[in-house]
Structures are given as structure tokens and as C-alpha cells.
Design a protein around this ligand. Sequence first.
Ligand code: ADP
Ligand code: TYD
Length: 195
Amino acid sequence: MFIVFEGIDGTGKSTQVKMLTEALQERGLAVQSSYEPTNGQYGKLLRESMTRPEGRYPLAEELDLFYKDRQEHVETLINPALEREEVIILDRYYYSMMAYQGARGVDVDEIRAKNEEFATTPDLIFVLTVPIEVSLERIGVRDGEGNAFEKRENLEKCADIFASLEDDNLFFIDATRSPAEIHEEIRRLTLGYML
Ligand code: ADP
Ligand code: TYD
């Protein structure tokens, strides 16, 4: 089973990935979690670009690196885990590309189509949603002081794209609640899907 968490920065994705991973492990399931951008050769370059003085890569290069990072992730970690019938839980996947590179002007439907050529489709997608103010507060930045991906205007565009997503098994989750309340809803939806 393949589960993906999405949403803008500071919505609580990594908190929920951890909670769901532990809850499923406690039920005796083999669960692995991971994230994009990864710590692989391409993901490292992308992470560095978030804080380096030159700023983000030009759009074409940034897209290319995210595609290569995802391809490597699918081939070396995601698909092998699914073949072993494990549960794999991701903090970000290609919906983030639709939102963040879409916000830079790339056609969102084209991004989806190109990803679906090689990236395994998840069984469940949880899009965590909070108002931008809450997101900025949680990432501990004041307006305009986040890293290169976390500028308010950019996050607003990304949030709009996330809100427009439609997919089978895609759920919007109100992430303004406490971590425990959010987890309870996600756990219920996940176990419901597994039955
Ligand atoms: P993301 O992975 O989406 O960037 P994190 O899980 O890292 O988000 O959470 C960002 C910050 O907000 C962390 O300091 C975390 O402890 C806090 N946080 C996470 N979930 C909640 C929540 N439901 N309510 C309040 N604060 C939260
Ligand atoms: P993330 O690891 O969530 O940031 P942090 O380590 O600060 O919590 O992701 C880094 C950034 O990468 C995030 O702002 C969104 C962006 N991103 C894209 O632009 N395109 C993509 O395809 C993916 C997966 C992430």
C-alpha cells in the first residue's frame, strides 16, 4: 500500500507521516517512510538550492532535478517496497511538483501526465490544509523571510493548486486541529481503505 502526504510547508506533514508510520507498525505491518526531495544525488542539490545565495535553479533545471530525483526514488525505494508488499508512506510526491513548479508557470496537467508515465500511483493521498498565516507561523518565519520555496506569494499559489487537485482517493484534511485529532481522521481513512 502506497500513501502520500501533501500540502504547503508547515502543514504538519512530517508530524503525521511519523504518527501514521508508528500506528501501522504497532499493528504489525511492515512500514517504511520516505520523503521528496530525497537525500540522493539530485535531491541534495535541490535542498542546497533552498538556502544558497544564488537562490533556486532556473525553472528547466529545477524541473529536471526533481524528475531525476523522483525517478531514482521510485526505482530504488518505492517500487521495491511495494513489491515486498510493505506499506510505503511519503512526505511529498508529484502533487508537490504540480503545486510548486506549477506556481512557477509550468502547466499543471502536463506535470501530472509526465509524472504518471513513470511514477507509481498512490493508493491514498492526504492533502493537509491550513491558512497561509498558520503555515508561516509553524515554519517559524515572518512574511517574506522563509527559504526560497517558502515566500508567502509562492505558498499562496501552491495552496491554490493543491486546493484544485482532484483524484480518486485524495482527501483534504483540515490540519488546523491538534496533531492527535488529525492523526485520528487519517488513521480511520487508512484502515477503512485497507479493509
Ligand atoms: P511539514 O512537514 O508539513 O513542513 P511539520 O510536521 O514539520 O510540517 O510541522 C511544522 C511545525 O508545526 C513543527 O514545529 C511541528 O511541531 C508543528 N506542528 C505540526 N502539526 C501541528 C498541529 N497539528 N498543530 C500545531 N503545530 C503543529
Ligand atoms: P520539504 O522537504 O518539505 O521542505 P523542508 O525540509 O523545509 O520541510 O521540501 C522542500 C521543498 O521542495 C518544498 O518547499 C517543496 C519543494 N518541492 C518542489 O518544488 N517540487 C517537488 O516536486 C517536490 C517533491 C518538492
